[in-house]
Design a binder for this molecule. Structure first.
Ligand code: AMP
Length: 155
């Protein structure tokens, strides 16, 4: 895969750390917590209801594999796994994606605060055209390269 078309965005190969037959995982340009990554179907599918059964299976098996590794790599004790499915659920990128966020005790004052943070951060990424608070390609590339070592490629 040269670049991955993620809705309206282009994801460079250097951001990708995992690929299966039908899914791809990459590091986030503006993570809510360290280790906040995204898993998507390779096919550009806007809504969860539009995925095929094979894509759902591949996406969730990939999510399970990745979440386990990410939780341990970032010394988490739990994971928030979320899909914002549709604009009124907070989806800003028109391509199905699973958010994986490693969690630690006391990482937020209120446990479920992560959902408002998730909602707020996505909106700010969508609105921010200056890219001033986004991560550099180099920074994302380093994280993806180090995560890629955790996985035996199936693709
Ligand atoms: P959502 O609001 O659920 O659609 O989430 C969109 C996610 O995509 C957010 O976590 C953004 O930070 C992330 N995102 C947007 N553009 C990029 C990009 N170019 N590379 C990596 N992640 C991105």
């Amino acid at each position: 895969m040269s670049v991955f078309r993620f809705g309206q965005h282009l994801i460079r190969t250097t951001q990708i750390f995992f690929q299966s037959d039908l899914s791809v995982a990459f590091v986030n340009i503006k993570p809510v917590v360290r280790g906040h990554v995204l898993v998507s179907p390779k096919r550009l599918v806007k809504r969860f209801k539009d995925l095929s059964r094979d894509e759902i299976t591949d996406l969730f098996v990939s999510t399970q594999i990745i979440a386990e590794k990410i939780e341990s790599a970032y010394k988490g004790t739990s994971c928030t796994i979320a899909i914002q499915d549709g604009p009124d659920a907070g989806q800003t990128v028109n391509h199905v994606h699973v958010h994986i966020l490693p969690r630690k005790p006391g990482d937020f004052e209120e446990n479920d605060q992560i959902y408002s943070e998730l909602n707020a951060h996505s909106k700010s990424v969508a609105l921010d055209s200056t890219r001033s608070d986004r991560r550099t390609e180099e920074d994302m590339g380093e994280e993806a390269a180090s995560l890629a070592k955790l996985f035996v490629s199936t693709k």
